[in-house]
Design a protein around this ligand. Structure first.
Ligand code: ADP
Ligand code: MG
Length: 700
């Protein structure tokens, strides 16, 4: 008996060799085969009389098989013409085969055997007219014993699968058909527990799967796809709701009061007013912190939207109430920068801040003091890197964990942070905007606040796709006015393999050439953290005018005086990388310029560059990026381990995702461990798909 987890080689017509081919498509077992959905369809519902066959480009005909004629067309190319009769007349259908003219092998043997005179043939092919003859060049065929037999692959809409070498459509179609016939009705179904939702028909999973492969109409296929997608999204959103519950379920033992003893002087220290979006974010966060259950919130805001002061407000609320906070950043440079800006903003407040990175923890005497003060509670705010997650860093009463640029941390690191506190409030931050539907699948277990405006008075960056010499002359003009510039390269060293300009080589040339009257610095990923730090600090202090670097400056660096960014080989970068890089400028009072240099070799590259010159809005750019790359690849650059969907489409199914998320949370409120009988299939699916992916999701 074939089960869903039976290896495909045991399915009729497959065997070990074809199983290898299927494996290349990621198909291991019968269940995989069932959900290996077509990428498009071929409409074979219309079968035309053979006398009309030549009037169509692509055509389906059906008729009684007559005689076959074989001949050589040229050296090595042979044809076989077969007569097909119906009431309207006769048409020739033609097969082409290559053969060594001296070989005795009959390349048409299997076709001649199948096309037995008198039987019925269904043909799908291209109608051709050549001098002297008209014929249908065969793409696919099926033979039945008589006209009354119902064909499997004709008279209907036929699936077209993403094929792989060595496996043709016919083989895949037959394999899927056999899987449908033998194991289709074993597929787990949760349609019964998904409530009515407009635009999603209620169809059992087996029905939906069958209709996705063999729909009656194209609408039928789309409806079935949506129904199956709803099941997929619902499983994911329930898993996320469970993981959210794992954080949410333990009531906090602390109580927060907005005392303003730190918050007011902090706001007075700032030289600006919060934006509306920042105020809303702070409100959301304060509400969460005052709630009995821990906060689990994602703060998403474009580069430069001012997330730091929002996070700092939360940190100060904790500090006012006598609790410690941790701010984790992905790099030493960023942690140090946070430490400096935050220390500045908190000048005059009676509050202790420490920087805990592998550099500051290196010296024994320093380390012991830092660790002791964190442990005894004297230090209220600890800013650092991954080093914070280490075992030896112990807190007295850690209550708030802020993770900046959270996608640069692994699940386990985030997990380690949780272990340092009792039901901590968690605030994740990201400067990589992603479209709403994606956010709900990736961050579905978190509450979400989006900062959708930049501080007032920012002058929008102007971006141009220009020649190198033009970019340099504009840059020199800005340097003369006292500005600073970044020049970014995709590589560090000159490589023989790819002839790209590299940062190291160009730094030498440029500092002797166009920029010889200016100080030029070099920063790249192969430097050790303290070297990088040093260079970055020098740039910030204006010891350099021009910083030549690789993409290591990508995240979070804040040098308001830098007003030019030149991106070399810009066509090599993805949209979100370009946007992140550009976010390093436009932070001060000057007009900033971004110059993209490169040659757009593909249509996509040209489009990326065009989008960059058109908009500064990270959310718009993310939407475009998603459209161009598709969800899988897009997410790969934003987050690892993004779930794949068989039928679900993150662009078309945003409504289903939103609905699933709401409903999944309700369901988990009512049955937190999925113990009710009606939820048992759902529970099984979650365990199957997610239990090994993250420790946070575990319903046992
Ligand atoms: P990001 O969201 O990218 O982390 P930052 O928090 O680094 O952005 O803020 C970018 C810059 O904008 C900083 O120099 C910060 O002091 C400044 N800033 C933040 N909020 C405001 C505001 N409301 N008005 C003016 N400047 C602000
Ligand atoms: Mg930031």
């Amino acid at each position: 008996m074939i089960q869903l987890d039976s290896e495909v080689q045991y399915i009729k017509g497959i065997g070990p060799k074809r199983a290898q081919g299927l494996l290349r498509l990621g198909i291991r077992n019968a269940g995989d085969l069932l959900t290996f959905f077509p990428s498009q369809y071929q409409d074979r519902t219309r079968i035309v009389p053979v006398s009309d066959a030549y009037r169509y480009e692509q055509v389906c005909i059906c008729g009684r098989i007559g005689k076959a004629y074989e001949r050589k067309l040229s050296m090595g190319l042979f044809i076989l013409d077969i007569e097909i009769f119906d009431n309207s007349g006769m048409a020739y259908v033609r097969f082409f085969r290559k053969k060594n003219p001296y070989s005795k092998v009959d390349v048409f043997a299997s076709i001649k055997k199948a096309f037995e005179s008198g039987k019925t043939a269904y043909i799908f092919g291209d109608a051709k007219a050549e001098i002297g003859i008209r014929y249908v060049s065969v793409n696919d065929y099926e033979i039945t014993a008589s006209v009354d037999d119902i064909p499997l692959f004709f008279n209907k809409i036929i699936p077209v699968y993403p094929a792989t070498e060595g496996l043709n459509q016919k083989v895949i179609r037959e394999a899927v058909r056999n899987a449908l016939d033998t194991a289709g009705n074993l597929y787990p179904d949760i349609s019964g527990i998904i409530p009515e939702f407009e635009g999603v028909p209620k169809i059992k999973s087996f029905e939906a799967i069958r209709k996705i492969h063999y729909p009656l109409t194209l609408d039928d296929a789309e409806n079935a796809r949506r129904a199956f997608a709803a099941q997929e999204f619902f499983v994911l959103e329930t898993a996320l709701a469970i993981s959210r519950n794992a954080i949410k379920k333990n009531p906090k033992k602390r109580h927060y009061e907005i005392k303003k003893s730190f918050l007011t002087p902090f706001r007075q220290n700032l030289k600006f007013e919060f934006t509306k979006a920042q105020k809303k974010a702070i409100n959301d966060i304060f509400d969460d912190m005052q709630d009995v259950y821990p906060m689990n919130r994602m703060l998403m805001g474009d580069v430069g939207s001012g997330k730091t002061v929002v996070a700092l407000s939360a940190v100060l609320l904790a500090a006012e109430n006598g609790f410690q906070s941790m701010i984790a950043a992905p790099t030493e440079i960023l942690a140090e920068q946070h430490f400096l800006t935050i220390s500045n903003m908190l000048e005059g407040l009676d509050i202790n801040i420490v920087l805990a990175t592998s550099s500051t923890l290196k010296k024994k005497s320093e380390r012991e003091k830092i660790l002791a003060d964190v442990h005894n509670g004297k230090t209220q705010i600890v800013i650092g890197t991954h080093a914070l997650m280490e075992e030896r860093v112990k807190f007295k009463n850690l209550a708030l964990i802020v993770v900046d640029e959270q996608h640069r941390f692994g699940v386990m690191q985030k997990y380690a942070a949780l272990g340092k506190a009792d039901s901590p409030d968690i605030l994740m931050m990201t400067a990589t905007p992603i479209p709403r539907a994606l956010a709900m699948t990736v961050y579905g277990e978190m509450d979400m606040t989006v900062i959708n405006e930049l501080p007032a008075g920012r002058i929008p960056i102007q971006t141009f796709f220009v020649s190198e010499s033009y970019a340099y002359s504009k840059t020199v003009a800005e340097l003369q006015k006292g500005g600073q510039a970044y020049i970014v390269y995709p590589l560090i060293d000159e490589s023989d393999k790819i002839a790209l300009k590299s940062a190291t080589a160009e730094a030498g040339k440029l500092s002797q050439g166009v920029f010889k009257n200016y100080k030029v610095g070099l920063l790249h990923g192969k430097m050790n953290p303290s070297e990088k730090n040093d260079i970055m600090k020098k740039f910030k202090n204006k010891d350099f005018d021009v910083m030549i670097s690789t993409t290591v400056i990508e995240v979070g660096i804040d040098v308001p005086n830098a007003c030019v960014m030149i991106i070399q080989h810009a066509d090599r970068f993805g949209l979100s990388a370009l946007h992140q890089l550009r976010g390093r400028i436009g932070r001060g009072k000057k007009q900033s310029y971004c110059f993209l240099i490169g040659s757009a070799k593909s249509e996509n590259a040209a489009k990326r560059l065009q989008i960059m010159t058109k908009t500064n809005n990270g959310f718009e750019i993310a939407e475009e990026d998603l459209q161009m790359r598709g969800p899988g690849e897009f997410m790969g650059t934003v987050q690892h381990g993004f779930p794949e969907f068989k039928a679900g489409d993150l662009v078309k199914d945003a409504d289903i995702i939103g609905f699933s998320k709401d409903f999944a949370r309700d369901l988990i409120d009512g049955d937190p461990l999925l113990q009710k009988t009606e939820n048992s299939v759902l529970k099984m699916l979650i365990n199957q798909r997610f239990s090994n992916k993250t420790k946070l999701i575990n319903v046992g």
